[in-house]
Design a protein around this ligand. Structure first.
Ligand code: AP5
Length: 221
């Protein structure tokens, strides 16, 4: 419980593709014991397993478009419903549209939860492209690497679990450009929803990941 008697410390990490949401989520969840809810990770898992949701989602993720709200909202409702009492949730990549944000407000209110802060990570487009083209991810534990700035000890192998590293289908330049367009047209406007509620904090995503994590922790504290 926080000093205001609020039960949860739910946070949203917001930002364009490649801003460092996943990287910061790892650091923050390790430190604060939050439940990491990444809609991107959940959709990729469904795609790998070949479920009906996965088959549908693939058409959207591969072309840099957003998966329809009704699918994503259902996934989030189920996950949030499974998080016990006082455990905080860190939302990574959700919400991405105004209807998703409104739905999240309702789901949290129903569960007696609330968003403490929305942390918006700012990074310019040039950096984003080089970050995403060099990104590699672990197939097993989703740990994030970069071939130049954050390589694994052994090429192609995850330091943490020994899983195979892969390059995401949507980390090709033409898809990255579509994802950026989608972000500016459909997702960035959601920030106004949180600005009006005085929940928005902006941070400089060009900083070193550890330094950025310290800055976010200071905001949360
Ligand atoms: P998702 O997986 O959520 O992708 P994204 O939001 O585009 O974000 P990324 O995962 O690409 O980047 P990130 O910000 O997590 O950066 P990372 O830490 O990995 O979504 C994928 C797709 O699923 C969407 O396009 C959409 O189709 C669908 N989807 C998901 N959620 C949805 C929703 N709510 N509604 C509808 N559709 C949805 O870092 C990137 C690279 O940079 C890494 O190599 C990392 O090592 C490096 N890096 C990170 N931080 C730093 C730093 N500070 N300095 C230098 N390098 C850094």
């Amino acid at each position: 419980m926080d000093k205001n008697g609020n039960k949860s410390q739910d946070l949203i990490l917001f930002g364009p593709p490649g801003a460092g949401k996943g990287t910061q989520s790892e650091l923050l969840c390790e430190r604060l014991g939050l439940f990491h809810l990444s809609t991107g990770d959940i959709l990729r898992e469904a795609i790998t397993k070949g479920t009906e949701t996965g088959k549908l989602a693939k058409q959207y993720t591969d072309s840099g478009r957003l998966v329809p709200d009704e699918i994503v909202v259902k996934i989030v409702e189920e996950k949030v419903g499974g998080v016990g009492g006082n455990g905080g949730v860190l939302f990574d990549g959700f919400p991405r549209t105004l209807p998703q944000a409104m739905n999240l407000d309702e789901v949290l209110e129903r569960g007696g939860r609330h968003i403490k802060w929305v942390i918006s990570i700012l990074v310019d487009d040039d950096k984003i492209i080089s970050r995403l083209e060099g990104r590699r991810m672990c197939r097993q534990c989703n740990r994030i690497y970069h071939v130049a700035t954050n390589p694994p000890a052994k090429e192609g192998i995850c330091d943490v679990c020994g899983g195979e590293l892969f390059q995401r289908n949507d980390d090709r330049r033409e898809v990255i450009q579509e994802r950026l367009k989608t972000y500016y047209a459909q997702t960035q406007p959601v920030l106004d929803h949180y600005r009006k509620k005085n929940l928005l904090k902006e941070v400089d995503g060009a900083k070193d990941p550890q330094e950025l994590s310290r800055q976010i922790l200071a905001i949360i504290a």
